[in-house]
Design a protein around this ligand. Structure first.
Ligand code: MG
Ligand code: ZN
Length: 375
């Protein structure tokens, strides 16, 4: 072998060893924490409204990874929030009205149950009662979403570490006369029914629960203000107070859906903007932390909401559609079957691109975190 022919050979060996090192180093990073934000009833037009009606840049614009999910339930083309949240929380398709139970009404393990055996902290936040279908699906099992007192009892036996929402009456004004707030306190909870505190106020507590309404909280425009953003920040601080621990937190913008049902565009858009503010708090933390996966999605779309052109008349009385002015219009008082978007940020986020079933949200979370059920 000549000297000249050896050089390319040496180069080739050097290059191939470099290449194998690169391949070995390309391990997918596992997120330590997961924050799942569910905008109830938030389809693409609802999300788009932030781009036209929010005065600052929407936090939705901060995501690079986008997917779409199919939301049908086991028996219906159009899901309700119970089957929709159970798909996220337990990874199964079930019937409308089912909270944490399968199509045959048997209880199915949810994310909170799976991860809390692994010393992972958990929290749920909503602007509805905490027993309403979406938050309930993360800690309760009920064959019918209307069994609010049974769902409240499941909070006592769950391993949740932090919650904020409404629904105090299902704990302390019950048909069976029990006061489950006492049971929660016996389990280590501090319960506050007055207002969100500061992190300094609560950091010594092992578990913290806020119940700030007898049933649902008010709309943001009617007194709730920035509760959802503040609760999101506080929940993150509380669940992350021992930074070696992982946490999973679900945050629901519950009332975007109610604006849709009411066919009230102002209500819907103000709730959507409020939810977008909470998304911003989760993303701010995830950016600082570098180890947190943020997923934003919806259980379904509500109202068949459209950012439509506005019917106008010319001076001579001819009707036309003005493209200079948006009118929020609706096609139904109920939900719709349209695919809904998924936004993901942080380590593991790439797994959330594509078009897939809503149940995959659960499976993808467990896969990218390696929080697989070890029991
Ligand atoms: Mg809901
Ligand atoms: Zn609804």
């Amino acid at each position: 072998m000549t000297y000249k022919s050896i050089i390319p050979l040496v180069l080739l060996i050097a290059l191939s060893s470099c290449k194998s090192q690169l391949v070995e180093k390309k391990v997918t990073p596992k997120p330590k924490n997961v924050i799942l934000l569910i905008g109830d009833g938030t389809g693409l037009s609802q999300v788009s409204s932030a781009f036209f009606f929010k005065e600052t840049s929407p936090n939705y614009a901060r995501f690079k990874t986008i997917g779409l999910i199919k939301t049908s339930s086991s028996r219906e083309d159009i899901t309700d929030s119970a089957a929709g949240a159970t798909a996220f929380a337990a990874g199964i398709k079930t019937y409308n009205g089912a909270v944490g139970v399968a199509d045959d009404s048997t209880a199915v393990k949810n994310l909170v149950e799976i991860v809390s055996t692994q010393n992972i902290k958990t929290g749920v936040i909503s602007t509805s009662s905490i027993q309403h279908a979406t938050p309930a699906s993360f800690y309760a099992h009920a064959i019918n979403r209307g069994l609010y007192e049974d769902i409240a009892a499941d909070m006592v036996t769950s391993e949740i570490d932090f919650f904020a929402g409404g629904g105090s009456k299902f704990f302390n004004k019950r048909k069976d006369g029990r006061n489950l707030l006492v049971d929660l306190q016996n389990k280590g909870f501090k319960i506050d029914t007055t207002a969100l505190g500061s992190f300094e106020d609560i950091k010594q507590q092992s578990k913290m629960g806020y119940l700030l309404a007898s049933n649902h909280l008010n709309p943001t425009a009617k007194g709730r203000g920035d509760y959802l953003s503040k609760a999101t920040e506080l929940g993150i601080q509380f669940l992350n107070k021992e930074p070696d621990n992982s946490f999973f937190m679900m945050v629901e913008g519950s009332q975007v859906d109610w604006g849709g049902h009411a066919n009230d565009a102002d209500y819907l858009i103000s709730e959507l903007i409020d939810f977008d503010d909470a998304i911003g708090k989760a993303l701010d933390f995830a950016e600082r932390d570098g180890n947190t996966l943020v997923i934003v999605t919806a259980d379904h779309e509500t109202g068949g909401f459209t950012l439509a052109s506005t019917p106008k008349k010319t001076e001579s009385g001819e009707t036309y559609s003005s493209y200079k002015e948006i009118t929020g219009t609706f096609s139904t008082k109920g939900h719709s079957a349209t695919l809904v978007p998924v936004f993901a940020y942080g380590p593991g986020s790439e797994a959330f691109s594509g078009v897939y079933e809503n149940t995959e949200i659960f499976h993808k979370i467990l896969k990218v975190t390696n929080w697989i059920d070890k029991n």
